[in-house]
Design a protein around this ligand. Structure first.
Ligand code: PLP
Length: 401
């Protein structure tokens, strides 16, 4: 008889030689539970997915109701499926008027693919500008625009006519010109280690796009749905893109992505030729029902605005000799340490202290804190106390080596 641990290594394709290997049998709110009943505080929300916590009763109820009515009926875009229609209407209500046409897909990467294709079709141009240290997903198109040469180079040849420029560097915006189809940017760079735009950088990109005819794409796949203390980064920075990308928390714990634009721009995918993007499961009705229920919880419980005091509490509690900086806003935080050598130990040993933590892809001296937005104040204090014990342990063990 093999254990699940052995079967996991034998039969599942591995993403690295050092997976976290944490086995979870149940999750509720901010907690996950192992087979032995051990409780873990989720401080990363499955990377900004579980904004309303695990198995929120209203989300579970919406899923059960929809499963009882119908699951997959037809490829995206043909049938009128009320979970899709209702969710798209609700999103249009809370987004700026220019973002009123929602194309549902399955994931963040697929939203990126759809948006790049839409920008090429709408502008008739091919050049794509993205940013160094950006992360937009792992499919070929998304990989082509990713801001890491290490990961891109492993799969060349990739999409042509793609250029990476530097975030927060006004001079680099000169690369945006009349040949540019689109500029794709994370309003706050996530995997780079929570890097905020400075000196109105997003406004400067918007202006440059306006003067050249390039479309501006905001990748809010990590920042959306209240994480920054605002429903979207659009609201935080007052800049409206031509295309908005959502995924992760969009599905309330179910797989769902979307690229959202004006009906005018979006129409470019429907003609000459039609079927500009085809997706079988995009906007799956069960995922849309879950996502709408989760969004309504975020709105009804004012979870976005309530992030700010929680953020302050994390900062107040996270004072430790190993911590050099706590960066970010809302519940999208990077805890930077005095030395990157502590990070692997801390991530690997977090479960032993009852915590789930994670790395950033492109920032080796920090770890992320992005818990479900429903986390309470007492839970924050408890999590920070555990974290400080873990940091003490890391300090003792790394020093000894
Ligand atoms: N864009 C951003 C900013 C992300 O953080 C991610 C995933 O981490 C993606 C795109 C890709 O999303 P997915 O993993 O659903 O394809």
């Amino acid at each position: 008889m093999f254990t699940n641990r052995q079967l996991f290594l034998q039969h599942l394709g591995q993403t690295s030689v050092a997976p976290m290997m944490l086995e979870i049998v149940r999750a509720e709110g901010i907690y996950m539970y192992g087979p032995d009943g051990k409780q873990y505080i989720d401080l990363i929300s499955g990377v900004s997915v579980s904004n309303t916590g695990h198995c929120h009763p209203k989300v579970v109820e919406a899923v059960k109701k929809q499963v009882g009515l119908y699951m997959h009926l037809m490829v995206y875009g043909e049938f009128i499926q009320s979970p899709q229609v209702k969710y798209a209407e609700r999103l249009a209500e809370i987004l700026p008027p220019a973002l009123n046409s929602c194309y549902f897909v399955n994931s963040g990467s697929e939203a990126v693919e759809g948006a790049l294709k839409l920008a090429k079709r709408f502008t008739g141009k091919s050049r794509i500008i993205s940013f160094k240290n950006s992360y937009h997903g792992s499919t070929h198109g998304a990989l082509s625009i990713q801001g890491s040469e290490l990961y891109r180079n492993a799969f060349r040849p990739l999409l042509p006519d793609v250029f990476q420029i530097s975030f927060n560097d006004e001079k680099s915006l000169d690369a945006i010109d009349n040949h540019t189809a689109c500029v794709i940017v994370e309003p706050v760079q996530g995997e780079a280690g929570i890097i905020f735009p400075e000196n109105d950088f997003l406004i400067k990109i918007r202006n440059k796009c306006d003067s050249t005819g390039a479309l501006l794409i905001f990748d809010e796949i990590q920042t959306g749905f209240g994480r920054l203390g605002y429903m979207f980064a659009i609201d935080r920075f007052g800049v409206v893109p031509d295309i908005l990308l959502l995924a992760k928390a969009l599905g309330g714990g179910m797989p769902l992505g979307a690229f959202i634009s004006s009906a005018d721009i979006m129409s470019a995918l429907a003609t000459n030729p039609s079927l500009g993007h085809i997706t079988t499961f995009g906007g799956h009705p069960v995922c849309c029902a879950a996502g709408l229920a989760s969004l309504n919880v975020i709105i009804d419980e004012k979870l976005a605005g309530r992030c700010n005091s929680k953020s302050d509490l994390f900062r107040k509690e996270l004072i430790h000799p190993l911590i050099s900086e706590v960066r970010g806003e809302g519940l999208l935080l990077a805890v930077q340490l005095i030395d990157s050598s502590y990070i692997p130990y801390i991530i690997a040993n977090a479960p032993g202290f009852g915590l789930v933590l994670d790395y950033f892809l492109f920032c080796d001296n920090a770890f992320r804190i992005a818990p479900p937005l429903i986390i309470g104040e007492e839970e924050i204090v408890m999590a920070c106390n555990l974290l400080k014990k873990l940091l003490n342990d890391a300090g003792n063990n790394i020093k000894k080596k």
